[in-house]
Design a protein around this ligand. Structure first.
Ligand code: SF4
Length: 365
């Protein structure tokens, strides 16, 4: 396993450091330097410790260790793949749906995911942090829009903020009457679980609004003992958690891997929420699957795990049109199938069970 010593190691940010720790090959260094010049790299000690350097297909390495394939952009890939810019009325705010906004507080993360949909916007030097004026402007926007029920803190990773600063922000948001929900999207409990201190948990709880935390993890191995303890600290404090994952080729694009991940979330008392189809971020084609494969995986998952373990398979429509569920459909009009002869008007639907067998609904008497 990895040579990283957690007690002494720091986050690895340079390709030379990845090579020195056996996490990348020296022969790849020139290409990796080119990737790192364009997209941020960071591998925390906790993540490095999960990587098996002897496994060329390690699912954790695929998520965090840069690859020369990132230098190849495919047609259709886009620096703003989900269209954040089309819905940004003021700095830091994305207002895509009527009742909620994204509030992008920071542009840094504990780790940088190779498939990141905001890879052109996150990382040191990619964008400046919100100035005090921009922060106040974003708050003013939320105050002025009484339809905003939920504020989603994202970025970057909001849990990179200090507990003190996060507490101030939570209080500012909770003081707005119509803001009832503050949702935080984070990879920190997995990437750097020690940041989930008692002070951090206390900062997340606020009078006047309910806090929800969405954990981003893509492989069951990320749910380490320490990550589980970090999540338990938040949940035990009364903060409900949901998950978000990205369907990634070579990471979780087989049903056993997805099953283990979803079961792991539920065991941690985290409700599986979203399984994202990979966004068209530049240089990420090698990590994307097809929609057909994603739908088949969802069918297979339904046959193997309880409803508690089922995420919504969703696609962010390029251009900023929002998320659409793209999972399989189990119900169709019976008369939509050719060659079935004359239909009984009472059995109008075909419905597919978890084994793939087709039934009529209502059933024939
Ligand atoms: S933690 Fe989120 S925002 Fe940061 S690099 Fe990963 S996917 Fe992107």
């Amino acid at each position: 396993m990895s040579r990283i010593n957690l007690k002494s190691a720091a986050t690895l940010r340079e390709p030379t450091e990845l090579v020195a720790h056996g996490l990348a090959s020296a022969a790849d260094l020139p290409d990796l330097e080119k990737v790192a010049a364009r997209y941020a790299v960071a591998v925390t000690p906790d993540i490095a410790a999960l990587i098996d350097p002897g496994d060329p297909d390690d699912p954790i390495a695929r998520q965090f260790i840069p690859s020369a394939e990132e230098l190849v952009a495919q047609p259709g890939e886009n620096a703003d793949p989900i269209g954040d810019h089309a819905h940004a009325p003021v700095a830091g705010i994305v207002h895509r749906y009527p009742d909620r906004v994204l509030f992008k507080l920071v542009h840094v993360c504990a780790v940088y995911c190779r498939f990141c949909f905001r890879r052109e916007m996150v990382g040191p030097g990619k964008a400046t942090a919100l100035s005090s004026d921009a922060y106040n402007g974003a708050l003013d926007y939320i105050r002025a829009h009484s339809e905003i029920w939920e504020v989603i803190l994202t970025g970057g990773d909001p849990l990179m903020l200090s507990p003190r600063r996060l507490g101030e922000i939570m209080a500012d948001l909770a003081a707005i009457d119509h803001v009832k929900i503050i949702r935080i999207h984070t990879r920190v409990p997995v990437a750097d679980p020690a940041r989930i201190s008692a002070e951090m948990v206390a900062a997340l709880k606020v009078e006047g609004a309910a806090t929800w935390v969405a954990l981003h993890a893509n492989h069951a191995r990320e749910l380490t003992r320490k990550a589980r303890a970090a999540c338990a600290a938040m949940i035990d404090a009364g903060i409900p958690m949901v998950s978000q994952s990205v369907l990634l080729r070579g990471v979780n694009d087989d049903v056993a891997a997805l099953e283990a991940l979803m079961r792991g979330f539920v065991e941690c008392r985290i409700k599986p929420y979203y399984l994202h189809h990979g966004d068209l971020a530049p240089g990420t084609a090698h990590l994307r699957t097809t929609l057909e494969h994603g739908q088949q995986l969802m069918r297979d998952l339904r046959g193997r795990v309880s409803g508690l373990c089922q995420p919504d398979y969703v696609l962010d429509i390029p251009g900023g049109y929002g998320k659409a569920p793209v999972g399989p459909s189990y119900l169709s009009q019976a008369n939509s199938s050719p060659g079935e002869g004359e239909l009984d008007p009472e059995t109008r639907y075909r419905i597919v069970d978890y084994c793939g067998d087709v039934h009529r609904y209502p059933p024939k008497p």
